[in-house]
Design a protein around this ligand. Structure first.
Ligand code: AMP
Length: 224
């Protein structure tokens, strides 16, 4: 299973990415986590990117693309599956990620889009700020990250829709409900992934199904 996630900050991509990774036993490649880890360890890369993270701006594309290439090579050696979380953030990254994956013979099966409105995202991120003290979870920086998402990240969604690999999920519900719906959708696709030619794939929109989908899907735990 090869999944990439597109979601605004606070939509739950970390939680759902970890859930998918655990369920399918595949690496969870989270660019924000990898960058924060460099900052904490005070590596040269960490020192170079800290200011971008602190003010909610995107770090230069090449920095994340190099990190992701390395992680994808490791994922290939581990069996070829992955969950990409936090990349792509703009159209250039979308194209570059596709080219890296194509070169390695592991392009994404699914682009998973988590949808939630800004007021709810702001509420969740401020609640997280009280617990985790992330330097970029202040009201001003959250607003900046949301604006950046709408401006440069959300336009890439239509690219995945056109490629026929988009699955959209309503992320306004609890992490457990959202997780159940995601796993049910991915499990339903799994038997066909190796057989359907990439060009024949169609996008799937689950956002209209609401709770009924989660209620009928298989039960599955979430990681938080
Ligand atoms: P996240 O944990 O995904 O919310 O990312 C936290 C921060 O890491 C972002 O606000 C950016 O500063 C940086 N970052 C994460 N992923 C990327 C990416 N693909 N491109 C550029 N910057 C990124």
């Amino acid at each position: 299973m090869r999944v990439l996630m597109i979601a605004p900050p606070g939509a739950g991509k970390g939680t759902q990415g970890a859930l998918i990774a655990a369920h399918f036993d595949i690496p969870h490649i989270a660019t924000g986590e990898l960058l924060r880890d460099h900052v904490v360890r005070r590596t040269a890369l960490g020192q170079a990117v800290q200011a971008y993270l602190d003010c909610g701006e995107l770090v230069p594309d090449q920095v994340v693309l190099d990190m992701v290439r390395e992680a994808m090579v490791a994922a290939k050696a581990a069996g070829g599956g992955y969950v990409l979380d936090g990349i792509p953030r703009n159209m250039q990254q979308a194209r570059a990620t596709y080219l890296i994956a194509r070169e390695l013979g592991m392009t994404a099966d699914v682009a998973l889009h988590l949808q939630a409105d800004d007021a709810e995202l702001m509420r969740r991120l401020l609640a997280r700020a009280a617990l985790e003290h992330r330097s970029d979870d202040t009201p001003d920086i959250i607003a900046q990250r949301l604006a950046l998402y709408h401006e440069v990240t959300s336009p890439i969604i239509s690219w995945y829709r056109d490629r026929g690999i988009l699955v959209s999920v309503d992320a306004m519900r609890s992490a457990q409900q959202v997780g159940r719906e995601i796993l049910a959708a991915l499990e339903a696709m799994r038997p066909f992934l190796d057989q359907v030619p990439a060009l024949a794939r169609r996008s799937v929109d689950l956002t209209g199904l609401g709770d009924a989908f989660g209620a009928t899907g298989p039960t599955a735990g979430t990681s938080g």
